[in-house]
Design a protein around this ligand. Structure first.
Ligand SMILES: CC(C)(COP(=O)(O)OP(=O)(O)OC[C@H]1O[C@@H](n2cnc3c(N)ncnc32)[C@H](O)[C@@H]1OP(=O)(O)O)[C@@H](O)C(=O)NCCC(=O)NCCS
Length: 161
C-alpha cells in the first residue's frame, strides 16, 4: 500500500464552549473534552485510512487548565503512526480566547483507532510518512507507547474476574 504524509490527514476542529457543556463554575466538563478528542481523532483516522474506524483505546488524559464558557476549544489531530490495522492519533487541545486570540495548550491524548471493513473486521491501513522533525519523533515514540498499551491490555485480560 502506498504511504501518505501526515499532513494529508491532519485535522482541526473548533467550537465555542456553551453554558450547557459546563460545570457550575463555568468550565467545560471533562467528559465533553473527551468526547471532542474522540471525534477530532477520528477525523484524522478517517482521512488517512478512508475507512470506517473504531476507537480501540485512549491513553491517559490530563486536564492542565480549565476552558471557560465563551472561549473556543480548538482540537488538532494527526496520525502519528500506522501499525497494521491500527493507527495512533495524537490530539492536542487548546483554549483560545475570543477577545485576545491567545491560545493555551490544555490537554493532549493518544487515541488508537482500528480501521474496519464494511463487515466490521479490522483491515490494513496505508503507512503514514513522517516528514518534519516533530513528526519523526512522534513516529518513533508511538512504537514505545504501543508496546506499553498492548502490555497493559494483556495484563488486564489476564486478571481474574
Ligand atoms: C478495536 C477492535 C476492533 C479490535 O478487535 P480485535 O478483535 O481485538 O482485533 P485484533 O486483535 O485483530 O486487533 C486489531 C488491531 O487492534 C489493535 N488493538 C486491539 N485492542 C487494542 C487496544 N486496547 N489498544 C490499542 N490497540 C488495540 C491491535 O493491536 C491490532 O492492531 P494492528 O493490526 O495494527 O497490529 C474491537 O476490540 C472492537 O470492536 N472494540 C470496540 C470498539 C468500539 O466500539 N469503540 C467505541 C467505544 S465503545
Amino acid at each position: 500500500m502506498k504511504g501518505k504524509p501526515v499532513r494529508a490527514s491532519q485535522s482541526e476542529m473548533v467550537e465555542v464552549v456553551l453554558p450547557n457543556q459546563a460545570n457550575p463554575l463555568g468550565n467545560i466538563l471533562g467528559g465533553r473534552v473527551m468526547h471532542l478528542i474522540d471525534i477530532a481523532g477520528a477525523l484524522a483516522a478517517h482521512r488517512h485510512s478512508h475507512s470506517y474506524a473504531a476507537t480501540a483505546s485512549v491513553d491517559h488524559i490530563d486536564f492542565r487548565y480549565p476552558i471557560r464558557v465563551g472561549q473556543m476549544i480548538v482540537l488538532k489531530s494527526s496520525v502519528n503512526r500506522v501499525f497494521n490495522t491500527s493507527m495512533e492519533v495524537g490530539v492536542k487541545v487548546f483554549a483560545e480566547d475570543i477577545l485576545t486570540g491567545e491560545r493555551r495548550h490544555t490537554s493532549s491524548a493518544y487515541v488508537t483507532f482500528v480501521a474496519l471493513d464494511a463487515k466490521g473486521r479490522p483491515k490494513p491501513v496505508p503507512p503514514v510518512i513522517p516528514e518534519t522533525t516533530d513528526e519523526r519523533r512522534r513516529y518513533q515514540e508511538a512504537a514505545v507507547r504501543r508496546e506499553e498499551r498492548l502490555a497493559l491490555r494483556l495484563k488486564k485480560s489476564q486478571r481474574r474476574p
